[in-house]
Design a protein around this ligand. Structure first.
Ligand SMILES: *[C@@H]1O[C@H](CO)[C@@H](O)[C@H](O)[C@H]1NC(C)=O
Ligand SMILES: *[C@@H]1O[C@H](CO)[C@@H](O)[C@H](O)[C@H]1NC(C)=O
Ligand SMILES: *[C@@H]1O[C@H](CO)[C@@H](O)[C@H](O)[C@H]1NC(C)=O
Length: 632
């Protein structure tokens, strides 16, 4: 009994005895030893007990590695899934995504359910979950028991076996997309009202404390069998989103966006809310139709997707490698009359009109067109600035709010455009310039088009003739956030949604979902993950770190990853320090959040930004670990 090896051999014998005894079918291969006190799995069977530091009185648990987890998917439905509790979370998520046929699992992770201190009663919570349970669909517990073969083609992401096979008696038959690819309308407004509690930035920061550590196992992080964990897109950088291969990924992403908007986890304007509602209404309608017709049309679907895609060139910013070479000889420029102003609350000075030119990443403002060859009255370099829209389409207000980094913080400048076209051109140029790119970048025209279509989707249609009669199939209570139900009558909301619907009524199902995701990405607060540092709020996005004023939600200062030299964590004092090429480093103390979570977000985004479209699917897992586990 001196060595672990001997001990494991003994265990082995025991297994054989069991196997040849009464319960011949019992398979022990999934079992392993768990050392409860030290919270570690003893997976290295060639190690001695001594090497593990185990004494005679240690209590070891011989327990299955695979256990059931109740996963809440981005669409808020719960599913029971068998997960390897001894795998690193990163690998476990990767397996879960394989089960659900979701490509790019590195973009997702598991989040603990935020505890509501005011709602201690467990019963209430369970009720909520019950209401959202997916009926009759549970991934079979034996899912992993036979083989661990991937269920999708890693090259194109297509299912290798009919997805229906995974879900046993699923009502959807062969050739159908899995039910996870179909959006289910919210069935009752009560669910929305119950869940609705618009979080403040501080609340959002608290939620982010719940991200699990990717480099440790579920068991090591005290996750219990049958516990509810949330599966979410963690990094808001969606690589190579392709409706042809990503039916489930697109749908779950759409669902995550939909709930974020309905629960006001992300801010949007009233016009935007109506546009999102119209898209939702459209998607709900088409989803019902497509599941009715799917038997007949599954062949056409692919053609439809192709057709939609040829019209809709989709770029999703994060992780995208853009062609900056372009035509260097002639970088496009903008020159126009634009109103420019500083929001000085104490002065009555309104917007003043200037002749402005936009060259490279610099805006120069002159008193008039004639003086454009002289010295500009103002000049702004937009690299690293924060660009925020302030738009009211019915009020014909097209403002661009710029927060430009200066030595002691951010300089706030507003620009007011007269038309949608002008706004789209300048806004697109500002967005690129903030990332250090010029209008020569291949994404410029696409960005302009995206902004225009985003605005167009919010247009009001004054012609009452073409408005559909108010039908009974519209449930405004399930399409807008509960705040609007207090503000307006349901009838009024229905009318506005139907009006807005005309802008999107021609879209195919997949296009509508992609547009929804794209519009979500256009919201100013999109993709900012908030953390509570000591006495300050830090935001992390795919390309920058932001120090945020929690009360105004404004950026106090930003730091770009592109400018970063290195970062490190002092685990003892819980301090993250990020060093930059040409500016003082940023340091902050992780307050309630584990530094590992922050560390992983920075490393994760750095890793994701290195992905390139022409690369093969295979993920450099080790690299991801290195960047996210504190080894760098
Ligand atoms: C579960 O994860 C552990 C740790 O990564 C691994 O050694 C084991 O083979 C996994 N079990 C199965 C059945 O894949
Ligand atoms: C937008 O403009 C319209 C028309 O001027 C106005 O009635 C409405 O209140 C404005 N909305 C917001 C959110 O400012
Ligand atoms: C990508 O994978 C395919 C097939 O798996 C292979 O033929 C090709 O050489 C790979 N390309 C690169 C750049 O690794």
């Amino acid at each position: 009994r001196e060595t672990n090896r001997f001990w494991v051999q003994g265990l082995h014998l025991q297994r054989l005895q069991l196997a040849s005894g009464t319960n011949a079918k019992k398979d022990w291969s999934d079992h392993a030893l768990w050392w409860e006190k030290k919270k570690t799995w003893l997976l290295k069977t060639h190690w001695t007990l001594d090497k593990y530091g185990i004494q005679a009185d240690a209590r070891l648990l011989f327990t299955p590695q695979h256990k059931l987890l109740r996963l809440q998917l981005p669409n808020m439905k719960h599913m029971k899934v068998k997960v390897n509790f001894s795998d690193r979370v990163f690998k476990a998520v990767s397996d879960i995504c394989k089960t659900f046929n979701i490509r790019h699992p590195e973009e997702l992770s598991l989040l603990r359910k935020p505890r509501d201190p005011k709602k201690k009663k467990k019963k209430l919570e369970e009720c909520e979950e019950e209401a959202l349970e997916l009926e009759g669909i549970y991934s079979s517990p034996g899912l992993y028991s036979k083989t661990m073969t991937p269920t999708y083609d890693s090259r194109d992401g297509s299912p290798l076996s009919p997805t229906s096979a995974w879900f046993g008696d699923s009502p959807l038959s062969e050739g159908n997309p899995s039910i996870l690819a179909v959006s289910q309308p919210i069935s009752s407004p009560d669910i929305l009202v119950k869940l609705y509690k618009p979080p403040s930035l501080l609340d959002k920061a608290k939620i982010n404390q719940g991200w699990l550590d990717s480099s440790r196992s579920l068991m090591e992080q005290d996750v219990k069998e049958n516990e509810v964990l949330l599966l979410r897109f963690k990094y808001h950088s969606f690589f190579d989103l392709n409706p042809k291969y990503d039916a489930i990924r697109v749908n779950q992403l759409y669902e995550q966006a939909k709930w974020a908007i309905l629960l006001e986890e992300i801010e949007c304007t009233e016009e935007e809310m109506m546009m999102f509602a119209a898209l939702q209404y459209h998607i709900n309608k088409l989803s019902i139709m497509s599941s009715d017709n799917h038997m007949k049309n599954s062949e056409n679907e692919v053609d439809e997707v192709d057709a939609a895609l040829s019209d809709l060139e989709i770029t999703l910013e994060g992780g995208k490698t853009s062609n900056t070479l372009g035509d260097i000889t002639s970088i496009p420029e903008l020159a126009d009359y634009v109103k420019v102003f500083k929001p000085k609350k104490l002065t009555l000075k309104g917007p003043k009109q200037y002749w402005c030119t936009f060259k490279d990443i610099t805006i120069s403002c002159y008193k008039s067109r004639e003086e454009a060859h002289g010295i500009p009255a103002h000049q702004m370099n937009l690299r690293g600035c924060e660009v925020t829209p302030d738009v009211n389409i019915s009020g014909q207000k097209f403002n661009i709010k710029l927060l430009i980094p200066v030595a002691d913080g951010m300089n706030e400048i507003w620009m007011r455009c007269d038309t949608e076209k002008q706004y789209a051109q300048w806004m697109a140029a500002c967005r690129l310039a903030s990332k250090g790119k010029t209008m020569a970048d291949s994404s410029y025209n696409l960005e302009v088009q995206n902004i225009l279509s985003f605005l167009k989707m919010q247009h009001m249609n004054p012609d009452p003739q073409i408005i559909e009669p108010i039908t009974t199939d519209i449930n405004p209570e399930c399409l807008v956030s509960p705040r609007y139900l207090k503000k307006y009558k349901n009838k009024q909301i229905s009318a506005r949604i139907l009006e807005a619907h005309q802008n999107v009524a021609q879209m195919s199902l997949i296009e509508a979902k992609m547009r929804f995701i794209q519009a979500w990405q256009s919201l100013p607060e999109f993709g900012i993950t908030h953390f509570l540092a000591k006495e300050e709020l830090i935001g992390i996005t795919y390309n920058r770190l932001i120090r945020i004023d929690a009360s105004t939600r404004d950026a106090i200062k930003t730091w770009r990853f592109s400018n970063m030299k290195q970062w490190n964590v002092n685990w003892e004092i819980k301090m993250v320090t990020v060093e930059f090429a040409d500016e003082p480093s940023l340091s902050f103390i992780c307050a309630e959040v584990d530094c590992k979570v922050v560390h992983e977000f920075i490393g994760g985004y750095i890793f994701l930004s290195t992905r390139a479209k022409d690369q093969n699917e295979s993920l450099d897992e080790e690299m991801f670990y290195k960047l996210t586990s504190g080894w760098v």
